[in-house]
Unconditional design. Structure first.
Length: 85
């Protein structure tokens, strides 16, 4: 949810649509975060883990965080709005 909001502020909207893949452990994701999870998944920023699971309670390694940030900047370079910090 925080990454989704950050992306929207820095680069423009990324929103979920009907083609978002439903994760097998969808019930583990809080209802308040589902829209953000699926928007980021559909935007190609989050992919989940093997076996079509998202595993929201597993935490995030430094490598996963770096890949996520890289995907966010690559998506921005493909046409998102620019932002100077």
């Amino acid at each position: 949810m925080i990454l989704h909001r950050l992306y929207n502020v820095l680069y423009g909207m990324v929103s979920s649509g009907n083609s978002a893949k439903i994760y097998a452990d969808n019930g583990s994701t809080g209802f308040w975060a589902e829209d953000s999870v699926y928007a980021m998944q559909q935007g190609g920023i989050l992919q989940g883990k093997s076996g079509s699971k998202f595993c929201p309670k597993d935490g995030c390694t430094i490598e996963q965080a770096l890949v996520t940030m890289l995907r966010m900047t690559q998506r921005r370079n493909q046409g998102g709005k620019s932002c100077v910090l």
